[in-house]
Design a protein around this ligand. Structure first.
Ligand SMILES: O=C(O)CCC(=O)C(=O)O
Length: 202
């Protein structure tokens, strides 16, 4: 247990308060980037605690007539999951709730071991029935390109490099009208861990 004289694990002063709107028009989707939301030392501490406490799983999915490994590893923590939030994840969850006004009940962790790992174009369907959908997505580790495209104009790709400590908040109709992906990139030799804090599904 931590002694009473020790500073809190995370100080409220180590998150950046101002975001930059990447896309945004009322019901059509709303994505805001908070560069360096988590200060570097705090991002390092969170990454170390995740590495120490996470049992990763690799799902297999049916593709046509065979099963293939999903090209990344995953883990879940939360109020409604087998594993509750760790104290470190709970601290981040609470700050994200203050920032966004949303209530997050679980977090999905995606681990991209290197640039061969990826996630294909998709939208996060479980929030689509909510009155005020919000997903808060925090990057730790290697910088990777995060691509967004509108479903009605799939060649109009918006690409943004997400770095250690960056936070992306996706609201409103983003999951209804947009898709996102992390594409493969052979130049990336190190690990990225992404945390998406999520609401109770509809
Ligand atoms: O790794 C990322 O930034 C995206 C993760 C993602 O697309 C998802 O969890 O649905």
């Amino acid at each position: 247990m931590r002694g009473a004289a020790e500073p809190p694990l995370f100080s409220a002063l180590t998150v950046a308060a101002h975001g930059e709107r990447l896309i945004g028009s009322e019901g059509d989707g709303d994505v805001t980037l908070y560069r360096g939301w988590l200060a570097r030392d705090r991002a390092e501490a969170l990454l170390a605690s995740i590495r120490a406490s996470t049992a990763w799983q690799q799902e297999r999915r049916k593709m046509y007539d065979r099963f293939v490994d999903v090209p990344r590893e995953q883990a879940w923590f939360g109020d409604d999951r087998d594993r509750p939030f760790t104290p470190e994840l709970l601290a981040v969850r609470n700050e994200l709730q203050t920032l966004t006004g949303a209530r997050f009940v679980y977090v999905l962790l995606n681990r991209y071991r290197d640039g061969r790992d990826s996630v294909a174009w998709h939208s996060d369907r479980e929030v689509q029935g909510l009155a005020h959908p919000v997903i808060a997505s925090l990057t730790l580790g290697a910088t990777r390109a995060f691509d967004l495209r509108p479903k009605r104009a799939r060649t109009d790709i918006v690409s943004i490099d997400l770095d250690h400590g960056d936070l992306l908040v996706m609201r409103g109709g983003t999951q209804t009208h947009w898709e996102h992906r992390i594409r493969k990139d052979a130049r990336i030799g190190s690990e990225r861990i992404n945390l998406t804090f999520r609401q109770q599904p509809a």
